[in-house]
Design a protein around this ligand. Structure first.
Ligand SMILES: Cc1cc2nc3c(=O)[nH]c(=O)nc-3n(C[C@H](O)[C@H](O)[C@H](O)COP(=O)(O)O)c2cc1C
Length: 362
């Protein structure tokens, strides 16, 4: 399992299991002299943490980040920064009955077949709790991006059949604070209640639901992305598709391009007041895999969480079919929780590409 590092100039290497001692992430390639202290992580870690509302799992974790290397007298030294996040609120007994059975839709079956030995508690390495590492690493990415005007936001665009009706222009004005005022991170007040009722209804039935998380990166300068195998769209896709429960990614108009004509899809350009302008942003801020200077617009399809209380058929370690009902604390819908994690991954990729384009950092 040698694939726990991500990035090019700026890398993160992650380790840890859901019910193990702790998670560790080593961020290498961090420029020297960036101010960094444990309190810098608090807001981001709290935004990712479970137990914030009725719409997420009630597991409570403080997710305090310990800095164990790479910082001296409050400043990064250019050496690898190592961060440790302890696991505190495990309830491994909830998972005892899952030792002998493969939960449908989880990694249990493939992990067991591939490695012949697995930590079944809370999904072990396959647990989405690993995203603490990504969010912690992105706090450093945010500090690198402070040298630019890049700003990344992520929010709930759709849950089940209910879609946000905010226009592209309205979305461009959104701020993270505003998004976080909604318990499900949907900044459209008109549909928020419908989405909440839908989640509650499915939760009451012991079921779960999926949706779309939208990410917008504003003020991305033209020129990020390295042809041909480090295109910005390839690295963003790798970063975001590696997130648990993400089933698809699209940029700009995405799959709608299939039914559009070239004359409709092309982002035409004009000069207004001596400035190059695009009439549309159907490509989602990228052309030939290079940022165009327009906002990046990304959609993620997020599946309904697999852990549901309804009866389902599953197979056990002895190869027999059983009926399973999943107990424990689980998210009935992942949309409220995935936005901060997706935002973090985009920030990390943009910081990485920014450093690739900016020689002179030590
Ligand atoms: C932040 C976050 C929280 C999650 N919480 C749960 C959960 O409570 N219950 C669940 O069944 N899946 C949850 N998932 C999804 C599973 O981790 C994921 O479906 C599983 O590891 C299998 O991976 P795959 O969906 O990518 O195939 C969560 C995902 C994320 C990103």
């Amino acid at each position: 399992m040698k694939a726990n590092s991500f990035g090019r100039r700026l890398t993160m290497t992650c380790a840890g299991e859901s019910h193990g001692h702790s998670y560790t992430v080593i961020i290498d390639g961090v420029p020297a002299k960036i101010p960094l202290k444990t309190a810098d992580f608090t807001d981001s870690m709290q935004r990712r943490a479970p137990g914030q509302s009725d719409f997420t799992t009630s597991r409570k974790e403080t997710d305090e980040v310990q800095i164990t290397s790479g910082v001296f007298e409050g400043l990064t030294t250019g050496a690898p920064v190592c961060l440790v996040i302890a696991n505190k609120d495990q309830r491994s007994q909830d998972y005892k009955n899952l030792k002998e059975i493969y939960r449908p839709g989880h990694g249990d079956y493939v992990y067991q077949q591939k490695y012949q030995h697995r930590d079944y508690r809370g999904g072990g390495r396959s647990s989405a709790r690993e995203t603490v590492c990504r969010v912690a690493a992105a706090v450093i990415a945010q500090k690198i991006l402070q040298k630019t005007k890049i700003e990344v936001i992520a929010f709930t665009q759709q849950i089940g059949p209910y879609q946000s009706q905010l226009s592209y222009q309205e979305k461009l004005c959104l701020k993270t604070k505003q998004i976080d005022q909604s318990a499900i991170r949907c900044p459209d007040n008109q549909v928020e209640k419908l989405m909440q009722d839908y989640i509650k209804e499915l939760k009451a039935q012991g079921d779960s639901c999926g949706g779309i998380c939208q990410i917008i990166a504003k003020n991305v300068p033209l020129g990020l992305g390295e042809p041909i195998f480090a295109k910005l769209k390839s690295d963003l896709s790798a970063a975001l598709m590696s997130l648990p429960a993400v089933m698809g990614i699209s940029f700009g108009k995405g799959f709608d391009c299939v039914t559009m004509k070239g004359s409709e899809f092309n982002d035409q350009q004009v000069i207004i007041d001596d400035q190059v302008s695009f009439l549309t942003n159907h490509h989602g801020g990228l052309m030939a895999g290079i940022s165009s200077g327009q906002p990046l617009l990304i959609n993620l399809a997020v599946k309904p969480p697999s852990s549901i209380a309804l009866e389902q058929k599953a197979i056990n370690l002895s190869g027999k079919t059983e009926i399973i009902k999943i107990e424990g604390r689980h998210d009935p819908c992942l949309l409220p929780r995935i936005a901060p994690v997706a935002q973090s991954m985009v920030e990390f990729v943009l910081a990485d590409h920014y450093l690739l384009r900016s020689p002179g950092f030590n």
